[in-house]
Design a protein around this ligand. Sequence first.
Ligand code: FCB
Length: 440
Amino acid sequence: MTIYRFPSNFLWGAATASYQIEGAWNQDGKGESIWDRFSHTPGKVTHGDTGDVACDHYHRYPEDIALMRQLGLKAYRFSIAWPRVIPNGVAPLNPAGLDFYDSLVDRLLAANIQPFATLYHWDLPQALEDKGGWQNRDTAHYFADYTAVMVKRLGDRVKHWATFNEPGVAAFAGNLWGEHAPGIKDIKMALQAAHNILVAHGLSVQTIRSLDSQLQAGIVLNLWPHEAATGSPAEIAAAEKSWQEGGDVLFLDTLFLGHYPVAGWQASGANHPQVAPGDMALISQKLDFMGINYYSRVLVDASGERVRAEGAEYTEMNWEVHAPALYRLLTRISREYRLPPLYITENGAAFQDTLSADGKIHDPRRESYLREHFIQAHQAIQNGVDLRGYFVWSLLDNFEWGHGFTKRFGLIRVDYETQKRTLKDSAEWYAGVIRENAVE
Ligand code: FCB
């Protein structure tokens, strides 16, 4: 049996996001976020679920860190809820909110777990949305001010800072498809939101650097390679066209080449965003790392239409399970862009778990999903990709945005009635991978 051993300092972790797990949506001075507003609006989220309580992590984080320790996690990726620390987005600060993250970080370090902070995982203060949200360029400056608050408070202990999680989803799911907060459906607004988020990223990176040049500043992109269903030349061309015009290349090109992709800019016609002088240099400044969230790929036919993979396994999200595309993605982007060190900042799968009579959750499909993807990541490292770590999505079952609590991604099951946590079989297996630093 082959043993795939990882580099000795490879960072194994798990990831979460504030709105998906914290709960305590209006406690201890926290302000309203656009996700509070969105989930409280009837018809937006399956079953009317909200993150009001979620996994109650705000109160149970010591227990959750004890579980992380039990798994042997070397790193933990979490996000900070901007309106918890600055309720209206600008001022004043909320001391209780700052204390929460302070204590979270202290406890992680005491458990020997490296904290990786994300500044924005989609929960914009509603007060800023009321002033135009990401349409308003001022939001980018408020984001830089918020960055400074957090770095001053935690930068002595948190070394890795991601500005944004999946700017593409924030911009397009939130402003074009209307499936996420704030629920807008307008292409011009979506493209302007994407641009202003990129400006906010640039200002935030400058802020981090100006406060402490030793800190590691980065961003997290979700990347879905576009591939040909059967591999005919016409399909390969269609897949390439759809990749070049899509949202992933928009962020890769702006961040790492310093310009908008030619095909995408042309395709957007009169809807393209307003770009101020100096923006592109600001957006494309050097980063210390990039996080990649990889779940699946987009499969297209010769006319560029999305198709299903015949005979393939699909997860509860209706996402194809296809690990080899992770290898192809990592090697391709490493060839085509001058990238900083990489982390897989999210990878995992939602399956319909059942609690067995023995009190356990036997989830072999999640385990094999992770195993296959770990092996592809290993192959990429063997072929020269500078991949430094891997965060499984997610530590806990949690609030899956528009799907509410219906999709379970956790290594750890959460009973939402009782808040009881139970390690799934995949979690026990993952603990073994971390211990051995290898996959069999
Ligand atoms: C990603 C998000 C994360 C989670 C997973 C399933 O797009 O970053 O919050 O919802 O998908």
